[in-house]
Structure formats: structure tokens, C-alpha cells
Design a protein around this ligand. Structure first.
Ligand SMILES: [Zn+2]
Length: 118
């Protein structure tokens, strides 16, 4: 993740079935075990996203502006976090991975033709 300059990573992306996501923050990597979004703002905003699982493709999609999340940290402590902006977006993206959802699932088909073929 660091090498590819990603902002987040979820267990399923590295062949792990554990419910863990790692988020790159300015204070260093933040690991969240069993993250659960407990609250989502009504307000949504558009933003551009990419994904390490889908290299070289970026799309614009709406995410909740603010979320509350509960997770277990690396010290096995339960943490409640209120996130907004980019952090909220990254958490929503990564929690989706845990549920088998990719951001392109939200994007309209017309944009998908730009997706690089394997
Ligand atoms: Zn992703």
C-alpha cells in the first residue's frame, strides 16, 4: 500500500479474510479491526476514488460526508471515531471491501468502458 501510494487497504485485497482495514493517515498507518459504521450523515458529497485492486482507474462517486465508526485497535481497545471528509470516504471505501463491494459497483456503466482490460 505504501509503495503504491494508496490511502487504504482492506484484508480481502491481500488474500486475508479477516475484517481488518489499514488507513494511511498523516500520523501513520491506522489499523481498524472489525470496523463497523454506526452512523452516516444524510449529506453526501462527490469525490474521486481509485483503488489498489483496480489500478489506473479513477471514478467519481458520492459518499456520506460524515460517519461514525466503531473498531478495535491494535491494542485490542474499542474505539469510537467520528470521521469526515477524506477519512470518512476512505473508511467507507475500505469497509465496502470487507463486504465484497468495490467502488466501481457504484459507478455508472458508461464510465466502466474506460476500465483497463486484463
Ligand atoms: Zn479499494
Amino acid at each position: 500500500m505504501q509503495k503504491k501510494d494508496g490511502v487504504g487497504l482492506a484484508g480481502p485485497q491481500v488474500g486475508q479474510t479477516i475484517r481488518v482495514i489499514i488507513i494511511n493517515t498523516k500520523d501513520g498507518p491506522l489499523a481498524m479491526v472489525n470496523p463497523k459504521i454506526t452512523k452516516k450523515s444524510w449529506g453526501k458529497e462527490l469525490g474521486e476514488e481509485g483503488c489498489l485492486s483496480i489500478p489506473d482507474f479513477y471514478g467519481t462517486l458520492k459518499r456520506h460526508k460524515k460517519i461514525n465508526v466503531i473498531y478495535t485497535d491494535k491494542h485490542n481497545k474499542k474505539i469510537k471515531l467520528a470521521a469526515a471528509g477524506l477519512l470518512a470516504r476512505v473508511i467507507q471505501h475500505e469497509v465496502d471491501h470487507l463486504n465484497g463491494v468495490l467502488f466501481i459497483d457504484y459507478i455508472q456503466k458508461k464510465e466502466l468502458k474506460d476500465l483497463p482490460k486484463e
